[in-house]
Design a protein. Structure first.
Length: 408
């Protein structure tokens, strides 16, 4: 699907879609519980569908009615499972240790750029704890064995998804475990989110520190308990509308929890810090990597150079998101410089319009659509359907706010 957007400001009210990160975690925890859980306000994005399918492959039963989901937890785990993770890095990295803890022989498949996203830390650490991998690079790997408790040493500057995967799995082991970080944990709010969700389902993870780095203490033989709950709105998706407001639109955004542990709530403070005089900003994005594309749009209109740094991990997202963000905005008339771990924007009066591709990245699609609200000429986005990875109703909501576009 290719979308041609006619520049216009947006106005109206929108409900932020449910937090994809919370939805993954709550569905997985419910599937590991002994009983039936009900979870409401879930946006059925492609990534969430992948996680549901993955947990069903392991033995859970999941049904939905609109945004309400009923999850019957895994009774007897599947002996063998073919797990299709779609394009979801979260699904892949969360499910590998879970399948290992359940003792399921599992084959993991993925699409688009997912086969290129590393699971090296798992191969190293799980390989010491009873798990055999049939390959060390790319997908699909097959894992066999039963995960053992113990000490897990994990790099914190690669992905917090590894930490979350272990947090899900290690409580199922018969003895106690410890997760030790060997470098500072980037995207720590996502680990905090996991601890919070597990607590809702009766599983306790204790955070401490050693040598200035976080460590997580995990009791073995814990049981997940069923839980009824609702998923809060997603600040990473709402960030596109907050930025549109900073650029001249007027959108009221509902369905957000002001007391959330979501790291991407930082968008509120960043926007508020530069809105009145459009002051340039310098932001460490190590905890908020998903905000980089839309922050680069915002930075393009500040009165001076803005900088996003500690962003090297973006090179292994759905695409090289660091390079593609710069390429996309520059194609529209922006002035963005990309480095090894940073983006730098120089001020412009407006984008000039043009054609850009999604590069299979949902956040690039949405960033380009918001950039179009401050463009002199139409913006065409090819493969705009990739927005379905996280926010399938984005263009429906965009139209409800007065956005003008046609399929071409």
């Amino acid at each position: 699907m290719n979308i041609k957007i006619t520049p216009s400001r947006l106005k109206g009210t929108v409900n932020a879609p449910s937090s994809k990160s919370y939805s993954h975690r709550m569905l997985i925890a419910a599937a590991l519980a002994d009983g039936v859980s009900h979870i409401s306000n879930i946006t059925a994005s492609n990534d969430i569908k992948a996680t549901c399918s993955a947990m069903e492959s392991l033995g859970a039963e999941i049904s939905s009615c609109g945004s309400d989901y009923t999850v019957k937890g895994i009774g007897t785990p599947a002996l063998n499972a073919d797990i299709d993770c779609g394009e979801s890095g979260s699904t892949l990295r969360f499910l590998i240790p879970i399948a290992a803890a359940l003792g399921t022989r599992a084959v993991f498949n993925g699409h688009a750029n997912l086969p290129n996203r590393p699971v090296t830390a798992y191969i190293r650490e799980l390989g010491k704890k009873g798990i055999r991998f049939d390959r060390e690079l790319g997908l699909p790997p097959t894992i066999e064995g039963k995960l053992e408790a113990g000490e897990y040493l994990m790099e914190g500057d690669v992905s917090s998804q590894y930490i979350t995967g272990l947090m899900f799995a290690l409580p199922l082991c018969s003895e106690d475990s410890i997760i030790k970080l060997t470098s500072p944990l980037q995207s720590k709010p996502y680990a905090d989110m996991t601890v919070a969700v597990l607590s809702q389902f009766g599983v306790r993870i204790v955070e401490s520190s050693m040598d200035g780095l976080p460590i997580y203490l995990v009791k073995g033989n814990q049981r997940y308990k069923p839980c009824d709950g609702s998923v809060e709105g997603d600040y990473s998706q709402a960030a596109f509308f907050f930025t549109a407001n900073a650029l001249g639109s007027y959108i009221k955004i509902n369905n957000l929890n002001p007391d959330t542990v979501q790291g991407d709530r930082a968008i509120v403070d960043i926007v508020n810090g530069c809105t009145n005089e459009m002051k340039p900003f310098s932001v460490d994005v190590s905890d908020i990597p998903d905000l980089v594309p839309i922050l680069a749009v915002l930075g393009s209109f500040t009165k001076g150079k803005s900088r996003l740094y500690n962003a090297a991990r973006l090179k292994i997202k759905e695409c090289d998101r660091l390079a593609v963000t710069a390429e996309t905005l520059n194609a529209l008339g922006g002035r963005v410089t990309v480095g090894d771990d940073y983006l730098e924007t120089e001020p412009i009066d407006s984008f000039k319009g043009g054609t850009v591709d999604s590069h299979k990245d949902h956040r690039i699609v949405m960033a380009a659509a918001i950039a179009a609200t401050r463009s002199d000429n139409p913006v065409t986005i090819t493969n705009a359907q990739d927005v379905g990875k996280s926010y399938p109703k984005f263009f429906e909501d965009y139209a409800s706010l007065g956005g003008i576009f046609t399929e071409v």
